[in-house]
Design a binder for this molecule. Structure first.
Ligand SMILES: [Zn+2]
Length: 266
């Protein structure tokens, strides 16, 4: 079970299956920061960028990192993966202009490089290959999921770091859950093209809109890639049901913060 843990004033969620690995640390931010409980590390849809920078500094410092250790992307619901090879990052820390452009996943085997993925209802996923010491952070909303993005990122880690399916730990974080994530018929059609009439992915009652289970659609990709079931953990927190803890684009609407998900090799 994913659990909450306090680092300085910040409360983050962490995955149980990563708990006993001494070579990494990771986090999923919540809104809890011991102050106004509106902790937000994302610039998009937020009025005060200085507050975001302050929060990012707090987050970095809570994990004994500096701005140069963190890497942010301009996420575009693409299926583009960045292989991060530099010893220092800092991309996008102070503004979006310097973030890695048009990218929705970062993989690396560099120590103290922490890619941070931003989500508000989309699915954040972190990957760890303890055999080859490589990590990845992935943003997969319905578009990414429909493009089988997770599978693509794992394939890339295999090509670059020789990560084998049985080596992967795959952690699927808070997002809009199958309880709430209604989509229109055009999205259902796109999902059927990829996943067929899979009732575990497309939930449809008699008189309601279809709801997607993006957690299962991503878990399925990991399983099909060959990741062992015991090495997959899903936090099962719905960002819409639990919008007090996590930001939700569908619930918060006017000023939407972001949940930040990161992992790094120590
Ligand atoms: Zn829900």
């Amino acid at each position: 079970m994913a659990y909450l843990k306090k680092y300085n004033d910040i409360v983050v969620m962490q995955f149980d299956i990563l708990r006993n690995y001494a070579g990494i640390n990771h986090f999923i931010t919540t809104r809890t920061d011991g102050n106004l409980n509106r902790f937000n590390p994302g610039f998009v849809d937020w009025k005060n960028p200085l507050e975001v920078i302050e929060n990012r500094k707090k987050l970095a410092s809570a994990f004994s990192l500096e701005p140069k250790n963190m890497v942010f992307c301009r996420q575009t619901h693409s299926d583009n993966v960045a292989v991060f090879n530099e010893d220092e990052g800092g991309n996008g820390f102070y503004n979006r202009d310097t973030a890695i452009p048009d990218t929705d996943a970062v993989i690396t085997n560099k120590h103290k490089i922490c890619p941070v993925i931003m989500t508000a209802d989309c699915v954040p996923i972190i990957l760890y290959d303890p055999k080859n010491n490589a990590i990845g952070a992935v943003h997969s909303g319905w578009r990414g999921t429909q493009k089988l993005f997770l599978k693509k990122v794992m394939t890339r880690m295999h090509e670059v770091f020789n990560s084998r399916p049985e080596d992967f730990l795959c952690c699927i974080g808070p997002s809009a859950g199958p309880c709430c994530y209604e989509v229109g018929d055009e999205v259902v059609t796109l999902f059927k093209e990829i996943f067929g009439e899979n009732e575990k992915i497309i939930h449809r009652g008699d008189h309601e809109k279809a709801r997607l289970d993006l957690w299962y659609a991503n878990e399925l990709q990991a399983l099909e890639f060959g990741v062992l079931p015991k090495n997959i953990e899903i936090s099962r927190n719905c960002s819409m049901c639990q919008s007090d803890n996590f930001y939700s684009a569908r619930v918060h609407k006017s000023e939407v913060g972001r949940t930040g998900t990161g992992i790094f090799l120590l």
